[in-house]
Design a protein around this ligand. Structure first.
Ligand code: BDP
Length: 714
């Protein structure tokens, strides 16, 4: 991508003119809550004529936050020129006389829903609770910020999933596993004495998209957080987040009774252990009366768990669940378990383990299950556990941080990937039993419903490092609230809130966002390839990696040889496919009927296999890698066209990131094709650039001190 010099000069001039006029430097701190003045004068006038004095009576901290937000939003969007004679904006719950007398039917709203309504000339934001009110205020402001018409204000909205959580993989040392956006936002050493003002901004941002819980600590957990000294710190955070409707959760280290409790065992059936957890949990509630509960990673990747004592996951989860139940706390017990000593395909292990335990869990236990059965790969078919445990609810775990998708360096808008999972049909009780409907409890009638996103937030000024990374935080929250929203609509909404409503800017950015996930897949792990990343830090390619435990190598997953490539998970192979419903098996069981995007996930095929496009597999693989690279180039072009239309600060940062992404994409493609070529031994098809260097170059290339790598000490 080269910009001709005269054009470059022109675009620079436009950029400068633009920034002098109204494009103030934007560091990203305000996220999607910018409340810039409404640019369209006619619209601003219409808003001013429709929104006059606010009528409200705040009786709680939450209501006060909602009203402050409303004032802040309206004065940002409309200035101080609002007319006193314009119709009123009535805000409140039926506890307030001005809402009660409207006689609105709020019976369907529950404790978190809200209604935006028109009553005569007046606009109304109503809810049953102050938390619902807060969500209603954010929805109203979102509508105005995205230039919504006043005719479309009425809206009734309730969340489809009750527990909508961020999972922070943050350590007490402030390092963050798999995140590149700086250090942890939780400044443990200063707590509880100093409560950083930005904790409020974090909670406000979460609340604005409906997130109502946060797990403060890494799944690879540290028992120290359960010590009184730390519980005081947790309490300070909980106190800060509470008025924003955000509950605090912690990860529980299963061996805590031994590590900090002085017991000899952590056996979940041992009376002393049962007592220890029960006392510990009672103690936690003295610090945090509305503590949400525990997230637990046990017997996985070296974490302690009940199996060390010959017990199973249900024994472990129930131990904690019984002690939490009197306080209304819950346990999210992770299904991300696999063991390299078990010879079964890693893909199958969680299903085998947890379907056998269905019916044994306490009612306040939810199995926290990643979207796919391996591990947050750039694309995964849905996890076969969804729909397979009628008695046990699932918390869907999504990864917002881009561990395998280029960290915070690559632009990858993840909502289309999450949408793909949510819409996947498990056929559990017949067609339409989508993952979304398993998770929202409707398929099996579960009351405990939850969804979690592994956060991409750090102490970078703009929170997420990549300015576009905020779109993923935003999209997670919006989908968690309503999984029927489309990734397109969310992209459009986020772009308007974050970059304004100029039609060309909105169209260009949403186009970039919507194609970006597929682009990353194409230049890294296309056609169902997976787990071929560089070991350890996971940034960049490592298809040759074959050392150490097999289920952490790349060769275990791609099986490339002269005879072809792919993982045979059909009946002739590991038959992981057999864990899905017959309708799914029928579609995915044949390389002719399965979608290309999952092909090599389930099938091992000859290099000359005929693809639907008419290309051989080898040619298709090469062309897909190449198209991924080419599309980064296009993104760069599209983004460059916005110079002057987007503030210079974010424009420059995204430009620099896209340039690096282009180099990385080329590197990924070249490294993988150089490696696979050694087996395929066929020419590169026309239109595909042969790798720039020899395979050895890529193999020997090392990146140092990649952020977020748990093996790094820094
Ligand atoms: C993998 C990460 C590892 C996490 C693990 C998990 O590489 O750092 O601890 O998932 O989810 O993706 O427990």
């Amino acid at each position: 991508m080269r910009i001709p010099r005269p054009l470059l000069a022109l675009s620079l001039a436009v950029a400068l003119a633009g920034s002098a006029a109204n494009l103030l430097a934007e560091d990203g701190y305000r996220l999607w809550l910018r409340y810039e003045p409404v640019a369209n004068e006619a619209l601003a006038k219409a808003y001013r004529n429709a929104i006059g004095p606010i009528v409200a009576d705040a009786t709680s901290d939450t209501a006060q936050i909602a009203l402050d937000e409303l004032e802040r939003g309206l004065s940002g969007l409309l200035g101080n020129k609002r007319s006193r004679s314009a119709p009123k904006l009535l805000v409140g719950t039926p506890q307030s006389a001005h809402i009660a007398k409207l006689g609105l039917d709020l019976s369907e709203l529950g404790s978190e829903g809200f209604q935006l309504a028109q009553s005569g000339k007046n606009l109304v934001i109503a809810a049953n609770t102050d938390q619902g009110l807060l969500y209603g205020v954010f929805a109203f402001l979102r509508h105005l910020q995205s230039a919504g018409s006043l005719d479309n204000v009425p809206l009734t909205s309730t969340p489809k999933i009750d527990h909508r959580l961020l999972n922070h993989w943050d350590n007490l040392t402030r390092t963050v596993e798999r995140s590149m956006a700086g250090a942890s936002i939780f400044n443990w050493f200063d707590l509880p004495y100093y409560v950083e003002p930005y904790y409020h901004d974090y909670a406000r941002a979460c609340a604005s998209i409906g997130i109502n819980g946060t797990v403060l600590t890494n799944v690879n957990s540290n028992a120290t957080v359960l010590r009184p000294q730390f519980l005081e710190k947790v309490a300070a955070l909980a106190d800060t987040f509470r008025p924003y409707g955000i509950q605090v959760y912690l990860t529980a280290r299963f061996s805590a009774p031994v590590e900090i409790g002085g017991l000899e065992t952590a056996d979940p059936l041992d009376p002393a252990v049962i007592k220890w957890w029960s006392d510990k949990i009672d103690e936690i509630y003295t610090y945090v009366p509305d503590f949400g509960g525990f997230l637990v990673k046990a017997n996985s990747e070296g974490q302690p768990g009940p199996q060390a004592y010959g017990r199973d996951h249900a024994d472990g989860a129930n131990l904690l669940a019984r002690a939490l139940a009197p306080h209304d706390g819950i346990v999210m017990w992770r299904a991300f378990v696999y063991d390299f000593e078990v010879k079964e395909d890693r893909h199958k292990q969680a299903y085998t383990e947890f379907t056998a335990l269905d019916g044994r869990f306490e009612p306040n236990v939810s199995i926290q299950t990643k979207n796919g059965a391996i591990d947050f790969m750039p694309r995964e078919p849905f996890h076969p556990l969804f729909g397979a445990t009628p008695e046990t609810p699932h918390t869907l775990e999504l990864q917002i941080t881009q561990e395998y998708l280029g960290g915070d360096i690559h632009l990858a808008y993840l909502a289309p990937m999450w949408e793909e999972t949510l819409e996947s049909d498990t056929f559990a009780t017949g067609p339409g039993s989508t993952v979304a409907k398993i998770v929202d409890g409707s398929v099996f009638g579960h009351n405990l419903t939850a969804i979690a996103g592994v956060a991409n937030i750090g102490n970078e000024r703009n929170w997420t490092g990549h300015p576009m990374g905020a779109a993923n935080w935003y999209a997670f929250g919006r989908l968690a609230w309503d999984h029927e929203l489309s990734s397109e609509d969310i992209a459009d909404e986020w772009t308007r809130l974050s970059f304004g409503n100029d039609p060309n800017t909105v169209a260009t950015i949403t186009k970039i966002l919507l194609g970006s996930h597929q682009t990353v897949v194409d230049y890294s792990m296309p056609l169902g390839l997976h787990h071929i990343m560089y070991p350890g830090h996971h940034y960049g390619p490592g298809p040759w990696h074959d050392q150490g435990r097999p289920d952490w190598t790349s060769t275990y997953y791609h099986n490339a040889s002269e005879r072809g490539i792919g993982f045979d998970r059909t009946v002739s192979g590991s038959n992981a496919l057999g864990q899905y419903a017959p309708e799914v098996v029928e579609k995915w069981g044949s390389p002719q009927s399965i979608e290309d995007k999952y092909l090599l996930w389930f099938h091992h095929l000859d290099w000359d296999f005929q693809m639907k496009s008419g290309n051989t597999l080898w040619n298709e693989l090469c062309l897909t890698y190449q198209s991924g690279v080419d599309r980064v180039d296009e993104m760069l072009d599209q983004w460059s066209s916005l110079q002057g239309a987007v503030d210079a600060q974010r424009h420059a940062r995204v430009t620099a990131l896209l340039r690096r992404q282009l180099e990385d994409a080329k590197f990924y493609k070249d490294a993988c094709l150089a490696y696979f070529h050694t087996f395929a031994q066929r020419p590169f098809p026309e239109g595909v650039e042969a790798p720039e260097y020899s395979l050895d170059y890529y193999k020997n290339f090392e990146l140092y001190h990649v952020p977020g790598h748990p093996g790094e000490q820094w």
